[in-house]
Design a protein around this ligand. Structure first.
Ligand SMILES: [Fe+2]
Ligand SMILES: [Fe+2]
Length: 154
């Protein structure tokens, strides 16, 4: 999917990724595979870019910084979920809580960012996100996961 943001939004997005990389453990997630040959870090950047692009194209009123940061941190769980273990067998259900815990160690998160991270796996997890930003993230995450999982095979 081609996601072209206007130059000012593109600059803002890159600045936020750079800042996050400098001020947290975000870059550690490049060691872990998410789907196919995509690392967790690449996945999170792609999802955040897609979420930002959806809000821009559909002219949705959102808190842009929170949308970007919440999306960048949505899979901030910092472990390899492909290793065989009991914990990893339920990764799909538990990692939003782990990501929220880890992200809360490094940042003072807003209500919207917490909602985004905690509920991004809906409908796998029971509760849907309440915020518009969380709903956009849910869609962007699924689109990217699908692209990363089957995109290289077709
Ligand atoms: Fe996730
Ligand atoms: Fe994700």
């Amino acid at each position: 999917m081609r996601r072209r943001l206007p130059p000012d939004k593109e600059r803002k997005f890159k600045y936020m990724v750079k800042t996050l990389s400098r001020t947290s453990r975000f870059d550690e997630s490049s060691q872990f595979v998410q789907h196919g040959d995509t690392s967790v870090r690449e996945h999170c950047i792609r999802v955040a870019q897609t979420a930002y692009y959806i809000s821009y194209r559909l002219k949705l009123s959102v808190h842009e910084e929170e949308l970007i940061r919440g999306a960048l941190l949505h899979d901030y769980f910092l472990y390899d979920w492909h290793e065989t273990s009991w914990k990893n067998s339920i990764h799909g259900f538990t990692h939003p809580t782990t990501a929220l815990k880890e992200a809360s160690r490094d940042f003072r998160l807003s209500r919207i960012e917490k909602d985004m991270i905690k509920h991004h796996m809906f409908p796998l997890t029971v509760r849907p996100p309440r915020s518009r930003e969380g709903k956009i993230l849910c869609v962007a995450d699924k689109l990217c996961a699908l692209q990363e999982t089957i995109g290289g095979r077709i």
